[in-house]
Design a protein around this ligand. Structure first.
Ligand code: GRF
Length: 196
């Protein structure tokens, strides 16, 4: 049976691109039913369109975002989404969406730090400022508390004295592009996902 996912983005969409490529090259039974962006000019929307994926722009309006997202996912054309994949979606989803029964524990996020270190923004600079010797990315289940849900996977890299926030960003994105598609693939195997 095919697993249906929706990918939420705000920007470049390099993780989206890596996910599409991995699904295609491994012929996985995973269908990206929708790419949803809060930003109309996100380049990730172009990546989606080039790959024949339906795109939706849902501006982030605090008071109506849950209903606006559900309108796309459930009402206008029910998409039968099994999992929502946040891939550079730079908004905090409200509890009313995160805890919506159909999607509770079915929303994943990728975060550019080794959580629980450095939730929030500017993670690469924080690593430099604190003279950390390792850094990386985390994929976790989204809960109502920012960057705080159960951790599914992490990947690490070394930090050298020459690293800057930019070089760390590049290193971590490389890890992200390798890790996120594999975690998504694992969603096909419920025995590997005891917390979902
Ligand atoms: C990634 O580094 C991710 O960790 C963070 O936002 C970035 C998105 O990059 N949440 P992209 O849009 O996938 O290129």
């Amino acid at each position: 049976m095919t697993m249906n996912i929706a990918v939420f983005i705000s920007g470049t969409g390099s993780n989206l691109k890596a996910i599409i490529k991995y699904i295609q090259s491994n012929n996985l039974p995973i269908s990206i039913k929708a790419v949803i962006s809060d930003q109309p000019n996100a380049y990730g929307l172009t990546i989606a369109k080039l790959n024949g994926i339906n795109t939706y722009v849902v501006p982030f309006k605090k008071l109506s975002i849950t209903q606006d997202l559900l309108d796309v996912l459930e009402v206008s054309a029910p998409l039968g989404i099994d999992y929502i994949i946040l891939a550079g979606y730079m908004r905090i989803l409200p509890a009313s969406f995160v805890n919506y029964p159909k999607y509770k524990n079915k929303i994943l996020n990728i975060h550019p730090s080794l959580l629980p270190k450095y939730p929030g923004l500017n993670t690469h600079q924080k690593v430099i400022d604190n003279k950390d010797t390792e850094h990386g990315c985390t994929i976790h289940i989204v809960t109502a508390e920012l960057d705080n849900g159960p951790i599914l996977a992490q990947a690490k890299c070394f930090v050298t004295p020459r690293d800057t926030a930019d070089t760390l960003k590049a290193k971590v994105q490389k890890l992200e592009h390798a890790l996120y598609p594999k975690v998504i693939e694992n969603l096909l195997k419920p025995e590997l996902n005891y917390h979902i």
